[in-house]
Design a binder for this molecule. Structure first.
Ligand SMILES: [Zn+2]
Ligand SMILES: [Zn+2]
Length: 411
């Protein structure tokens, strides 16, 4: 049998895993400070949850969703993102009935079926948070502050945000902007890329964030959406900017920042770090006040963000391996294992050589394991109820009596 990993997936271990854990632990520490509870949703959902939510003509459903069929030929999807299933959970359990607001965060693998390329996987990893029940920009502000807090905590430098408002569905707001935009695009049609020629009718806003060189140039001259939105949306956007300034959040307006789907409204943002450069975002978010309606439920204002861990982890400084814990060296199996257990039960990391090789070899292993201290149990020490303690950093060696062992522990 030939063992082979599935295309577009990978095993995460050692130093890369440490980077993942740095961000995950930081999120676990920081998000609850803002009142967010973790939620663990299934990896699989019925395909219609996403098909319904994100619309048939988007790329996610069109070609990117990772679909499976169960034995009864029902279509299941490996989740492409985290928001829809949290909304599903809230609706099916009627959670907004007992709560005026709800806050959830999640972390875990997401899936898409596309050609893997550098840094893009079929199984990728996200951390996200969703805030339900608050219509005012306080919710937007809080999410942005929480993201800044996280980035600072994991030492990502130069956190900055890009911000846009894509208005609402009132006729004098986004719909009017859209028809202005379509008119503008028609005038420039022959210079647009092939995809954008199609998007012009299916999803014209998305032309604004096309990465094609020619399309970027055309988008530069396009009408700016935040200048065209309705008065309420404009006031809301101004409020958010004032709040951000009061909290010293660095941001820039970016009129090309859009979401193509109708259930998105008002605030859209992306977060950048100077570790990453100005070109690509580490994550992004936005308001989706219309998503509950799509599922036929009562309207719930909502905003959330998601971070791509696979890329974010590459930005962290190389984790420094640090020496820690103990390594017990000796030839007397019973005495060694007894001491190892005692150290572990005191909450300290402790290793030993299960093959009981030569002293020299055991020392080499202690070095490789980066033990801070080596506890040596020679015949002499065992006879006298003593332990020789070698500090691997200073090479200093002392002999202690066994009942003094706890003085060697870190607290
Ligand atoms: Zn509006
Ligand atoms: Zn294009």
């Amino acid at each position: 049998m030939k063992l082979k990993i599935v295309k577009g997936t990978r095993d995460i271990r050692n130093e890369e895993l440490v980077r993942f854990q740095i961000i995950e632990k930081s999120a676990e520490k920081i998000f609850p400070l803002y009142g967010y509870n973790e939620i663990r949703n299934p990896i699989m959902e019925r395909t219609e949850l996403f098909a319904h939510g994100v619309g048939e003509e988007t790329d996610i459903v069109g070609k990117e969703m990772f679909l499976l069929e169960d034995r009864r030929k029902r279509s299941l999807a490996l989740r492409p993102e985290g928001t829809a299933q949290i909304v599903r959970n809230i609706i099916t359990n009627d959670l907004m009935k007992q709560n005026k607001t709800l806050k959830y965060y999640y972390m875990g693998p997401m899936f898409r079926y596309e050609q893997p390329q550098k840094g893009r996987y079929r199984q990728f990893h996200q951390i996200g948070a969703e805030y339900f029940g608050v219509e005012t920009p306080d919710a937007d502000l809080e999410l942005i502050l929480m993201l800044r807090h996280l980035f600072n905590d994991v030492n990502l430098k130069g956190v900055a945000f890009q911000l846009n408002s894509i208005g609402c569905l009132k006729p004098n707001c986004r719909p009017q902007f859209k028809s202005n935009l379509v008119q503008f695009l028609k005038d420039n049609q022959h210079n647009l890329c092939e995809d954008c020629q199609k998007r012009m009718t299916t999803n014209p806003l998305r032309v604004l964030d096309c990465k094609n060189e020619k399309c970027i140039q055309i988008a530069d001259g396009a009408p700016k959406i935040y200048e065209k939105i309705c008065d309420e949306c404009a006031a809301n956007f101004k409020d958010l900017q004032n709040l951000l300034e009061r909290h010293n959040v660095k941001y820039e307006l970016n009129e090309k920042l859009v979401r193509g789907l109708d259930y998105y409204s008002r605030t859209v943002f992306e977060v950048y770090s100077s570790n990453l450069g100005a070109q690509s975002a580490a994550g992004g978010g936005g308001r989706y006040d219309g998503l509950f309606d799509i599922y036929g439920a009562k309207t719930v204002p909502a905003i959330g963000f998601a971070l791509g861990l696979d890329r974010l982890t590459m930005l962290l400084d190389k984790p420094k391996p640090k020496s820690e814990g103990f390594f017990v060296i000796g030839a007397n199996q019973e005495a060694v294992i007894k001491l190892v257990s005692e150290v572990r039960e005191n909450g300290q990391k402790c290793l030993y050589d299960p093959h009981f090789a030569s002293m020299k070899s055991q020392f080499r292993q202690a070095n490789k394991a980066m033990a801070k201290k080596v506890l040596i149990l020679g015949e002499e020490e065992i006879k006298n109820n003593q332990i020789a303690v070698k500090n691997m950093g200073t090479s200093e060696q002392i002999t202690i009596s066994t009942d003094q062992l706890n003085h060697q522990f870190d607290n």
